[in-house]
Design a binder for this molecule. Structure first.
Ligand code: DQA
Length: 151
């Protein structure tokens, strides 16, 4: 059995990674990303499961179902970051620690991307590191959980 269960959630339009605005989001696909995270997960002895949806309610359902099943969530909520009280409430409701991830540096983009409904309840936020940000988040989550279990 793996040490921890970590859920990666990608929100709307992230299924188009590799096709969508590659000058911003790069040329790697979501399958490349998920395979990379699963490989690193097995090296770190953690179970990584991946979920993507374009629907806000489905993301809320997925977060709710993760209660007591998942130790940490890595979440790129895409555009819902800037709009969704429902996703925020789901995260607060299940009380699972999470990192908010953005591939691009949202702070150097349009004003409407500067606000997040998630950041102030996240353990941390990773912004602007491209897909590497997910790897940093995964490694960070394991260290966070290791520290928590040492307490
Ligand atoms: C994003 C940034 C969001 O503003 C945008 O709506 C996305 C992707 C990112 O990863 O940089 O869909 O979350």
């Amino acid at each position: 059995m793996s040490k921890y269960s970590i859920l990666v959630v990608n929100g709307p339009n992230l299924n188009l990674l590799g096709i969508r605005e590659p000058q911003i989001y790069g040329y790697e696909t979501i399958t490349d990303l998920e395979n990379m995270l699963k490989n690193i997960g097995s090296q770190l002895d953690v179970d990584v499961s991946c979920y993507q949806s374009n629907y806000e309610g489905d993301i809320v359902d997925k977060i709710q179902k993760s209660r007591k099943e998942v130790d940490f969530i890595l979440l790129n909520a895409g555009a819902y970051t800037h709009t969704s009280v429902a996703i925020r409430d789901a995260l607060a409701g299940v009380d699972i620690p999470f990192y908010e991830i953005h591939i691009s540096n949202v702070h150097k983009r349009e004003e409407f991307r500067h606000h997040s409904f998630l950041s102030d309840i996240a353990v941390g936020v990773i912004v602007g590191f491209g897909l590497d940000g997910y790897e940093f988040a995964l490694r960070g989550a394991v260290r966070f959980l290791d520290r928590k279990h040492q307490e």
